[in-house]
Design a protein around this ligand. Structure first.
Ligand SMILES: Cc1ncc(COP(=O)(O)O)c(C=O)c1O
Length: 362
């Protein structure tokens, strides 16, 4: 039976996010057990063991609604970050906060500036809300802040800067970013997406929280999905002026963050040893991959995240399939805007070595 009800006009031009097949489906299709997953940018080392214990204790409370304001978590997180509790918005992943910011601040006549190529959810959500995405190409894989500034018009309401950038892993230089934030007019929201903040160990990386004091139009987004290994529980946070937060409260679901997520995040903050260990392992993996790729003559974008965009110089789809046949799943650059590259998650040393050996033999 043909459905005669049409969705909103704008949705005729928007595709659903391409989720792809699950690892289990791919394994059974190819008849390969234990495919090494170097494709998703999660924490391959899992989460802190103490989080698992804490979650077991919460199971008796599942019949209650979660705290819609996530007070206990935001209080703990505020102490940890050295900010006020009323500057912290806890979201169902930082993905939700991106959507809520756009929903709360962008009128349909207004524009939002973002890079190309970057995290695709900025553009999708701006379009869904009826605003206009204004795209500024990356320069050598890095946000071109000068060009972004030059793109500001009287219609600009928001600017997204993804730092480190997904999918390139690159960062913007801290002095450049400070000048940029100072130059953006105060009525424009700057959304600094720091989903991979913890992995950014370069001295050139900006510690952005102190800038909040002077720039009430700055919003910093972080997440428990990456280094804390809690992607499955959907929990992220935004640090911002309390007046911006008040607007987000008007458009959020009442119980947006589930109880297990809140409990897990609180426990995760307490286990900083786990976090440090993951960062160290990532650093070692990164140094190993960089050295080996250089020996093999491949170039890559300098990364400050837990993944690398490697330029293979051949069709990314083809290499992805060849690697899959050898039991390694990577992300083809072709679906990310880099047709001759692959995006590879930095994994355990064993997996990193297996990847390099396989690449050598392709
Ligand atoms: C740059 C960036 N921002 C935000 C997110 C969303 O993260 P989450 O919703 O899991 O907090 C991701 C996820 O991959 C990302 O890469």
């Amino acid at each position: 039976m043909a459905v005669k009800v049409k969705s909103r006009e704008i949705l005729q031009h928007i595709a659903a996010y391409p989720l792809g097949k699950s690892l289990q489906d791919i394994q059974s299709e190819l008849g390969i057990v234990n495919i090494r997953n170097m494709s998703e940018i999660e924490n391959v080392f899992g989460c802190s063991p103490s989080v698992k214990k804490q979650l077991m204790q919460r199971l008796d409370h599942l019949f209650t609604y979660p705290d819609g304001s996530a007070r206990a978590l935001s209080s703990k997180l505020a102490d940890f970050l050295g900010v006020a509790q009323n500057q912290l918005f806890i979201g169902n992943g930082s993905d939700e906060i991106i959507r809520l910011l756009i929903r709360a601040f962008l009128n349909t006549t207004e524009e939002a500036i973002m890079a190309d190529i970057t995290f695709p959810r900025y553009k999708t959500n701006v379009s869904i809300e009826g605003g206009t995405p204004v795209i500024v190409p990356l320069k050598g894989g890095v946000h071109d802040l000068t060009a972004m500034l030059a793109t500001i018009t009287e219609k600009t309401k928001m600017i997204f800067v993804c730092n480190p950038n997904n999918p390139t892993g690159t960062i913007v230089n801290k002095d450049d970013l400070i000048s940029f934030i100072e130059e953006v007019p105060e009525h424009i929201l700057i959304v600094l997406d720091e989903a991979y903040y913890e992995y950014a160990t370069s001295e050139e990386y900006l510690q952005s929280i102190p800038l909040l004091e002077k720039h009430a139009n700055l919003v910093i987004l972080r997440t428990f999905s990456k280094v804390y290994g809690l992607a499955g529980l959907r929990i992220g946070y935004g640090i911002m002026d309390s007046s911006i937060l008040a607007e987000l409260n008007k458009v959020k679901e009442v119980f947006n963050v589930n109880q297990l997520g809140q409990a897990a995040a609180m426990e995760a903050i307490m286990d900083q040893e786990f976090r440090k260990d993951c960062i160290l392992r990532n650093e070692r993996g990164r140094a190993y991959l960089e050295a080996e790729l250089e020996k093999l003559g491949y170039t890559y974008f300098p990364t400050n995240a837990n993944f690398m965009m490697i330029h293979i110089g051949k069709d990314g789809n083809e290499i992805t399939q060849q690697l899959l046949a050898k039991g390694i799943m990577v992300k083809s650059g072709a679906v990310l805007g880099y047709p001759n590259s692959i995006r590879v998650t930095i994994c355990s040393m064993e997996d990193n070595r297996y990847f390099i050996e396989t690449l050598k033999n392709l």
